[in-house]
Design a protein around this ligand. Sequence first.
Ligand SMILES: [Zn+2]
Length: 241
Amino acid sequence: MSSQARVVAYECPVCGHDGELEAWLVVDADERPDLIDGLRSGRVGTFVCDRCGGSVTRAVPLLVLPGGVADPVIAHDPDADPRVAQEQLFALLTMAGLVRHQQPLPAVLPVPHELLPVLLGRDVEADREALRSGTWRADSIALQRYGEWLGEITQKQFGMLVMNAIGELIQVSSSADLEALLERRPELLSDEADDLLRAFQAIADEEAPPEYQRQVEYWRHLIRLCRRDGVAQTFRRVGDS
Ligand SMILES: [Zn+2]
């Protein structure tokens, strides 16, 4: 059983009452589809003050395991201290049994609490694709806000992917490894990667030894060729020359 609730403290912003209520911290869709329905309709997950009935902004995060192949989602307060948020995420992943010895932590999609009901009714990957291809349409304010959030987070996640790939690029030492890396991490062939490498080169030009400058210049040149002609063809030609 991974769905779990706990008693948490709250302070009511309407009447100032310090109260306690039971809140779901982990919801597993495979086990409790009824709770997913409750979250979508707003019956579960929203806090109401037990003295005045006012609505309380939920501060504690909620981990949702949507089932199937979709990544876990953490609904959170976007203004929370990032370090506290990280600790809370780790605690919830542990509660859900997703922290396993010598295994990487699962990818988790962070969403503001207010957008969780919308998100749970959506196919996030299909929506990302619609945003990418320009076919995204939002016919309600809630959906419009969800679309804006998804566009931003997708861009942020892609930026992280590019950063990690460049981290790998720096460590590559042979031409064969470089070719394999460029095949495996197509994000290195993106405009974002080129922007980052350009910024990198500007720093190298000022501060790094000349052989390092030439290295960054070579990567950029090679990546431009790969973007134009494809990785395999570019490396065939480089190998022949
Ligand atoms: Zn109250």
